[in-house]
Design a binder for this molecule. Structure first.
Ligand code: HEM
Length: 412
C-alpha cells in the first residue's frame, strides 16, 4: 500500500544503493495512485507521476510544466538551494531552451554522427581486445571497466579531451553523479560542488580556447564556436554546455551498458538471438534502455494550477516523472518484466519525451550498438561470479559492480 511516506523509497539514494529501483512500489502506485502526493522531510514534497500516459501528457506541455528551477527535487534549507551556476539546456524553458538546443543539435543527428561512429567502433574493438589479451579468458568488473571506459572514450573524443585526461574526467564524473555514494562521490557539501566545478573548468577551458583558435569538425568545436541569434556564447554558457554534454552523456550510457550486460548474461537466449543476427543490435539497445532506465526521473514544476489524471497540481508544485515506472507500465508493454531484445513496438520513455527529449539519444544508441555488436561477435562465455551491487543514487541509476568471468575470441 502506498502512502505519503512512499516518497522516501522513491528518491532516497541509499534505498537504491540497497536494491535498485523500487519496481514493486512503482507497480502499486501505477495501479492505486498514479499521481501520488509525497510529503518529504529533507527535499521539497512532490507528486510522483508513474504512468506512461501521464508522463507523456506532462512532457507534451512544456508551457504548463516547466524545467526551471531544476529537474531534481530542491533540498530544503540548503545553502546551495536553487543556485544554478550554469544556464544549461536542461534547466531552461521556452525560446531560451530552443536556442540553446540549436547550438549542438545539428552535430548530434544520425547523419552527422557518421564520423563519431568510426571512433565508437574503434573504442569497442580496442576495449574488447584488451579483455581478450591474456588468452581470451579472465575475470573483470564490467560495471567499473568496459561500461565506464567505452562511453568515456567516445565522449572524450568528441569533446576533445586528450586520452591522458580520461582518468581525471572519469573521477570528476564519479564525484558529480555518485555524490551520495561514499565509494564514488566527493560529498554533497557546497564546498565539494564548488571544488568540482573548478576542476571541470580547468579541464574544459584549454579545449575551448584551442577550438576557438583552431576549429575542427568535432562537437567541441561546434560548442566552443556556438552562437545564439548571431551572438557568441559567453564563457559560462560555453563551459556549461561542455559540462551538460559530458555529465548527461557519460553516467547514463555507462549505467545503461552495465545493466544491459547483466540482462544479456542473465538472459542467455536473448544474447544468443543477437549473436545469431546482429541486425537485432539496435532493438536490443532500445530494450536495454527501457530495462535499465538510467535516468530514473525528471522533475517539472507546474506553471499554473492544472489537473493531471484527476488530481489537481497547484502552481509551483513539483511533479516527478518516474521514467523507470513508465517503462514497466503494463498498459503499454506486454510482459514488461521480461527482457526481450525483439520487443516491437518499444515505446519506452528512457530518453524522455517532447521538447527536452534527450539530445544525445542517437549518440547513445550508436555507441551502445558498437559495443554490443563487438561483444556479440566475440563473447564465447560470460557469467556473473558475485552479487552485482547498485550505486547509491536515485537520479542516474545503475550498477556499481558487475563481476564476471568470461571467454572472448580474439578480434580480426
Ligand atoms: C543511455 C544513455 C542516455 C539516456 C538514458 C539519456 C536520457 C535522457 C533523458 C531522460 C533526458 C531528459 C528528457 C526529458 O526531460 O524529456 C535527457 C536529456 C538530455 N540528454 Fe540524454 N541520455 C543518454 C545519453 C546522452 C548522451 C550520450 C548525451 C550527449 C552526447 C546526452 C545529452 C542530453 C542533453 C544535452 C539533454 C538535455 C536536453 C534538453 O533539455 O533539451 N544524453 N537524456
Amino acid at each position: 500500500m502506498a502512502d505519503s511516506t512512499s516518497g522516501k523509497l522513491l528518491v532516497d539514494p541509499s534505498c537504491y544503493g540497497e536494491s535498485g529501483p523500487p519496481h514493486e512500489l512503482f507497480r502499486t502506485l501505477r495501479a492505486e495512485s498514479p499521481v501520488h502526493w509525497c510529503e518529504m522531510e529533507k527535499v521539497e514534497s512532490f507528486y510522483a507521476i508513474t504512468r506512461h500516459q501521464d508522463i507523456r501528457t506532462i512532457s507534451s506541455h512544456p508551457e504548463l510544466f516547466i524545467n526551471e528551477p531544476g529537474v531534481n527535487p530542491r533540498v530544503k534549507k540548503s545553502p546551495i538551494e536553487n543556485q544554478t551556476a550554469f544556464r544549461v539546456v536542461i534547466v531552461t524553458d521556452g525560446p531560451e531552451h530552443r536556442d540553446l538546443r540549436k547550438v549542438a543539435m545539428p552535430h548530434l543527428t544520425p547523419r552527422s554522427l557518421a564520423t563519431a561512429e568510426a571512433s565508437m567502433r574503434a573504442s569497442a574493438k580496442l576495449l574488447v581486445d584488451e579483455l581478450a589479451k591474456d588468452g581470451g579468458e579472465g575475470e573483470t568488473d564490467l560495471a567499473m571497466g568496459l561500461a565506464v571506459r567505452h562511453p568515456l572514450r567516445v565522449l572524450c573524443k568528441t569533446l576533445g579531451v586528450p586520452e591522458d585526461q580520461e582518468e581525471t574526467i572519469r573521477e570528476l564524473s564519479n564525484r558529480l553523479f555518485g555524490a551520495d555514494d561514499s565509494d564514488l562521490g566527493g560529498g554533497t557539501s557546497p564546498e565539494a560542488f564548488k571544488q568540482l566545478g573548478q576542476e571541470f573548468i580547468k579541464l574544459f577551458m584549454p579545449i575551448i580556447e584551442d577550438r576557438r583558435a583552431n576549429p575542427t569538425n568535432d562537437l567541441a568545436s561546434v560548442i566552443a564556436n556556438g552562437t545564439i541569434r548571431g551572438e557568441a556564447l559567453g564563457p559560462i554558457e560555453t563551459l556549461g554546455y561542455f559540462l551538460i554534454i559530458f555529465s548527461a552523456g557519460h553516467d547514463t550510457t555507462k549505467n545503461s551498458l552495465a545493466g544491459g550486460f547483466r540482462a544479456l548474461i542473465e538472459n542467455p537466449d536473448e544474447f544468443k538471438k543477437v549473436q545469431n543476427d546482429l541486425s537485432l543490435s539496435a532493438d536490443c539497445v532500445e530494450e536495454i534502455v527501457r530495462w535499465t532506465t538510467p535516468v530514473n526521473y525528471m522533475k517539472r514544476t507546474a506553471a499554473q494550477d492544472i489537473d493531471v489524471n484527476g488530481q489537481k497540481i497547484r502552481e509551483g508544485e513539483a511533479a516527478m516523472m518516474f521514467y523507470a515506472s513508465a517503462n514497466r507500465d503494463e498498459s503499454v508493454f506486454e510482459d514488461p518484466y521480461t527482457f526481450n531484445v525483439e520487443r516491437k513496438p518499444n515505446r519506452h520513455l528512457g530518453f524522455g519525451h517532447g521538447e527536452h527529449f534527450c539530445m544525445g539519444a542517437h549518440f547513445a544508441r550508436r555507441s551502445q550498438i558498437a559495443i554490443i555488436e563487438e561483444l556479440a561477435r566475440r563473447v564465447e562465455h560470460w557469467e556473473i561470479i558475485d552479487e552485482p551491487e547498485w550505486i547509491s543514487s536515485s537520479f542516474v541509476v545503475g550498477l556499481k559492480h558487475l563481476p564476471v568471468r568470461y571467454r572472448i575470441r580474439q578480434g580480426d
